[in-house]
Design a protein. Sequence first.
Lengths: 397, 210, 233
Amino acid sequence: MTTLNNPQFCSNCLYDNKHPFGLSFQEGVCSGCFTHSEKDTINWGERESLLVDLISQTRKNKKSHYDCVVPVQGDAEDYYVVSKVLALNLNPLIVCVNDYYMNNIGWHNLHNLITHFDLDSLVYNPEINTYKEMVRTTLRKLDHILWPSIALKSSFPVHIAKERNIPLVVWGQNQAIEQVGKFSHTDSVEMSKWSRKEHDLFGYDVDKVIGSGAQIDIRNLNYYRYPNIKNLGHSKVKGIYLSNYFRWDPLYQNKKSVVQGFVPQHNSASFDIYERAGSSVYYEFHDLLKLQRVGYRKVRDQLSREVRHGRLDRQSALELENHYNKSEVDISGFFNWLGVTKSGVEWFVSKRLPKVKHLIGSSENKICQLPADISGLLTNSDEPTREFVLFGKGVSL
Amino acid sequence: MIDIIDVGCGNIQSLTNILTLLQVPSRAVNSPNQVKSNTIILPGVGSAGPYMDKLKESSLDQAIKKHHSEGKRIIGICLGFQLLTISSEEDGGTECLGLVDAQTEKIGSNQLRNCSHTGWEHFQIDTEYFNAAECQAQLGLTRKRKLKGRVFYNHEYGVCSTSEDAAHLEIPNKMYAGYSSMVVQKNLIGIQFHPEKSQVTGLNLFEMML
Amino acid sequence: MRVGASILLKNGYCYQSYGWNRFRPLGDLQTAIDILDEYEVDEILIVRPIKGVDSEDSLNIDLKLLSELKTITPLSFGGGIRSNSDINNLSGLPIERLCLSSAFININEGFVKNAINSFGRQAILACLPITLIDDVICVYHSEANELIKLSDEIQEFCMQYADEIIIIDMSNEGNNDYFQMDLLEHLKIPLNKIIITGGVGKNIIRVAKSTGIASSIIENRVLHSENSIDYFK
C-alpha cells in the first residue's frame, strides 16, 4: 500500500494517490484500473439476471403505483438510465432537484427527457435564499459551489421514495467504483448514508457545514439531510447502481441520447460534450475550484475513463489534459448569480484563488485533434444562449 | 463539570467523548487537589492491582474517599466499580477502596469454561431506582423515566454485592447470576458494564444518572 | 453471538482487503465509524494490516487518528503492536480491547503479560490469520511476513493468555459467505473463545450462531449496503 505523503501515479491512467476518494496500487496500477478490467471478464448477462431477480424481490414490497424513483438532472446519463429502467418494465417516477445553475440547454434536456419518454415527474425547487446561503457557506469553507445541490440531489429522491412507499431508487453510475475501483462490480454495493457522506459530500454533513455563522433557518434544511436510516429500513427502500449490472461506458452510451433529443454542449475545458451538459458552472467556476481543491480538473476523470476503455493511450491523455488545463474560466456569471459585488469578486480572487487565478478569463481554448475512437463517439454540440436560468421560481433575484 | 479520574490506565477518551456528546463538560484529574466537582467518575480498563497502586501513589484513593464522605457523587465503571468494593481477587488479592459493601471475585464456576463475560445483555431501569437510593440526577438532561435496551460487558471479575443499604441489579444472564450489573448506594453508583460504549442505551443511562 | 465489523487502517486511511492480497480504498475512519455506530454493530475491530516491518511514522499517524476518534461502540484495535512502548502509547485511547498477533505467535510471554497489566486479561485478543496448506494449518506471522505451521504451543499460549482468539480465514477474506468453517476443526481452541472473520456472510453467521462461536466479524461487506447488520443478524 502506498503512503499518502508520497505521491504515486498509476502507470495506466492519469490518477494519483491524491484522488479524494482514495486509491490503492498494486504493481504500479491503481485500484480503479484494476476494477475497470473486471468489465471485460464479468458475465453481464448473469449480472442482468441478478438485477431482474432483485427487482422482483423489491416489487413484493411495492405499495405505490411506481416501481422506482429515478433521480435525474437532464444529463445524457439520465437518458440511458431511463431507457434501461423502461426496458426492465419498471414504472418510474422521475425526480429532479433544480440547482439553479442550469442554462437553456440544461432545461431543454430535462424537459425533453420527461417529454420523450412521457414520464411522471417531480421537480423540486428549493427555497432559494437558503440555497444561496448554503452556496456561500460551502464556497467559503470547502471551496465548493456544488455541495448544496449534491446534498439535495443525493437526498431528496430518497425522501420521496420513503414518503411515497416506492421501494427502489435507481442511480446510474457508482462513481467510487468507476473512478477508483472502491468496490468490485460484483459486490453489488447499494446506496447508503455512508456512501453519500464519504463520496458525494466529502465527509461533511449539513450540520457540520453550517456550524456557526451561517444565516440559515435550520427548518429549511430538511431535504439536505438524509432520511433516518432505521425508518428507511422499515420502509424497505433500497438504492441500486445500474453500473453494477450493465457494462458501463459513458461516452458510448451518452451518444445514443442524441437521437432521443438530448442536446450536447460544447465546452472548452473538455472533449466530453455529454457529461453535465446544460450546467452554467460545471466546466466553469466549479472546474476551477476542483483544480484548487484536489489538484486536477474534470477532464482528468474523463481522460482516465477513455484510457481504461482503450480509446486513448496514456501519453495522448497526458497531452490532452495539458491542453484542456489551459482553458480559461469565466466566473463573473456565477458571482452575478450569487449577488457579489465587483470588489467582492476581486477580493475573493486575490485571497482565495491565488493558485488558479491565471485561468480566470474568457479566451477560447484552441481546438485540438482527438483520436478517431473518441471523435467517432462525439456529435455536433451547441453553445448555451442563456446561463443561470432560474426556471421554476419566476422571480428576478 | 464532571471530574474523571486519570491514573494513566483507563478509557478516559471514551468517557469524555460521550460526555461531550451530551454537552456535559468534563476534565481528567490526576491529583487530589484537582478533584473539585460534585461528581467524579472512576473509569476502568486494566487490572485492579496496578490501578490501585497508582491511586495510592497519587493519593487519589484518599481524595476519592474524602469526596465520598462529603456526600458527593461517585460513578465507578467496570474496573472502577470493582475498585469501589472492599477487595478484589485480581492480582493475587487487592485491597480496594471499601466504599461499597461488596467483594470482587473471579467469575467462574465448574460449569463455566470461559471465565470472562464479553457481550451484550438486556438492561432495564427506572429513575425510581436512583431516587429510592437518594442518588437523583442533578443536571436535568432528560425527562425519561424508564429505560430499556442493551449494554456491553467485558470483565473477568464480578462484584458480589451483599449490602442491604444498596440497591443492586444482577446481570440478567444465568451464566453470571449473582454478579452485579449495577449498584446504587446513596451517593455512589457502580456499573459493571460500559455505558460509554453501550450505544443509545448508554447515552440514555448517562442522561438519567447525571 | 456478537456480530461486529472490521476496518483496516493504515497511514491514516481505511482500506478493504480481498484474499489477503489485494487492497481497495475505503475512506475516512470517523465517517465509517459513525455509520457503524448508527447500524449498532456489536463491536468494531480496527486492524492495521502490517506485513513485515512497521514504520513508526505510520503507527503514529494511526494512533493520532485513533486518539481523536469518537464512537459509542466497543472498539478493539491491533496491528503492529510489538513493543512495550507501543503498549504505553495506547493508554487513553478509546479502545476496550487490544488485538495482538506476532506476540502470540512468537509466544512472547513477557510482552503479553505487560499488555494484560495495562488492559486486563479480558481485553486481550490473539489474532491468528490462518490457511490450510496440504492439510496443515498455517498461520501468517506478520512480523516475519511469512506463513508458519500453527503449532499446539501457540494455540495453548493463546488459550492461556488471551480472552478470545480471532481466526481469520486468509483465503476468503473479503469474499461473501466463504469462510471455511471446517478450518476450526483443525484447531484446539474451544469455539466459545473464537471470533471468526474472513469471508463472513449471512449463512456463515447462521452456522456460527448454532455452534456457539463468540463473535463473527464482517469485513468489507458491512458498508456495501444500508443497515447491513440487520440483514446479517
